[in-house]
Design a protein. Structure first.
Length: 393
């Protein structure tokens, strides 16, 4: 009897504070009819609607709700592990309602870097997509992959590439080669038109390759540098000294190129004639190259003569320079011969670095008496007679 009375009292109370119109229900303090488009119309100026509060331990199951798993069931989740807030059941999982903590499409204001972030709060990786295709992934280990879902490095581009620096060619500007790490120096590839602490005399455009120690508080680095405009290359280890001197590196292209006469030879022409075995071909490493020539031989008995040698640049069809030697030998009674020797040294100029040149020894003889020829017995008397041509590129 008591139970029936309680139900009857509830119905009377509901009738006083609510209005039923056909199948619409209105709950308010004024007795106003419910909105015609609403099944339930709740109106108050100082009260709210209290949704059932439950603890959802697993968002993938309907529990703790029992008796139904109908789509759109609405609850307030109190479980801090799965995320507090309003959730609705979509048939397979609980979905949290959008709140003001979400990242807006047009950006967010008033964020706190210490507490606001874009990412995950569990041990799962994070993927970024465009056109619904994954473009980048951040693993739960912190590795970042672009074009790969399994990055093996802090930044893994898989088969891709990247660009930075001047003109996106991965070369940056660095004018002071002596710069220390904590002053901004980094390992890398650099260029400058105002070189400081580069090789002595450096001006205009220079390259720099810098490999630095990991401790920015010191200045230990291995460096290579060179001008844009020649083939010279310089090296140094800074050894904690920004003005550490540079050393020029010499390659096989910088080695002297030399040839010597191997057979006996007689200069017998009154005009310039090539001494065919005496040819040197070289590649210029700068705009000049040093040429050195030495020769020794014999003059014929009872002659008043001279011999001339010159170095001829057959590539440019021009003479580098030469020498002239008096070799008079006059003896009516014993028929002796007179030794002679000569040498020549001069810089070739007007060369183009990287270009190939050929030079050859030319000779001629002249005089007023006797046999005027000059003899070089490089094979039969190598201890006293020779001819050698050397070029220093």
């Amino acid at each position: 009897m008591k139970k029936n009375l309680s139900i009857f009292s509830f119905i009377i109370t509901l009738g006083i504070s609510s209005t039923l119109v056909a199948q619409n229900i209105g709950i308010n303090g004024t007795g106003a009819a419910p909105d015609a488009g609403a099944m339930l119309d709740i109106s108050s100026t100082n009260k709210g609607l209290l949704i059932p509060r439950v603890s959802i331990a697993n968002l993938a199951t309907i529990a703790p709700i029992v008796g139904s798993s109908t789509v759109s069931i609405l609850v307030y989740n109190t479980n801090t592990t799965t995320g507090t807030g309003y959730h609705y059941w979509n048939g397979t999982t609980w979905v949290r309602f959008f709140t003001g903590d979400a990242w807006e499409l047009t950006g967010n204001a008033g964020t706190n870097i210490a507490t606001n972030f874009l990412g995950t709060t569990d041990n799962n990786s994070l993927a970024f997509r465009t056109n619904n295709i994954e473009r980048m992934r951040i693993l739960n280990t912190g590795n970042v992959g672009i074009g790969t879902t399994t990055p093996g490095y802090r930044l893994d581009l898989n088969t891709g590439t990247f660009a930075f620096g001047n003109g996106n060619v991965r070369t940056e500007t660095r004018s002071n080669a002596g710069l220390q790490g904590n002053a901004g120096a980094q390992s890398g590839f650099f260029e400058t038109s105002t070189p400081t602490n580069y090789p002595s005399g450096a001006s205009s455009w220079w390259h720099l390759i810098d490999v630095r120690h990991s401790n920015n508080a010191n200045n230990y680095a291995l460096q290579l540098s060179g001008s844009f405009f020649d083939q010279k290359l310089y090296f140094r280890k800074t050894n904690n000294n920004p003005a550490q001197p540079w050393t020029e590196l010499l390659s096989s292209a910088n080695n002297p190129v030399s040839t010597s006469l191997a057979a006996d030879y007689t200069v017998s022409s009154a005009g310039w004639s090539n001494i065919a075995p005496m040819t040197v071909t070289f590649t210029a490493t700068k705009t000049t190259a040093l040429v050195q020539f030495t020769c020794s031989g014999l003059a014929y008995t009872n002659s008043m003569a001279y011999v001339q040698f010159r170095i001829f640049n057959s590539t440019l069809a021009s003479s580098v320079g030469g020498t002239m030697t008096h070799m008079q030998s006059y003896d009516d009674t014993r028929g002796t011969t007179t030794p002679w020797s000569c040498s020549f040294s001069k810089n070739m100029t007007g060369l183009t670095p990287g270009a190939t040149y050929t030079v050859i020894v030319q000779g001629q003889r002249g005089g007023i008496w006797g046999t005027l020829n000059a003899v070089i017995n490089a094979s039969s008397d190598p201890d006293s007679q020779h001819m050698t041509l050397t070029v220093f590129p």
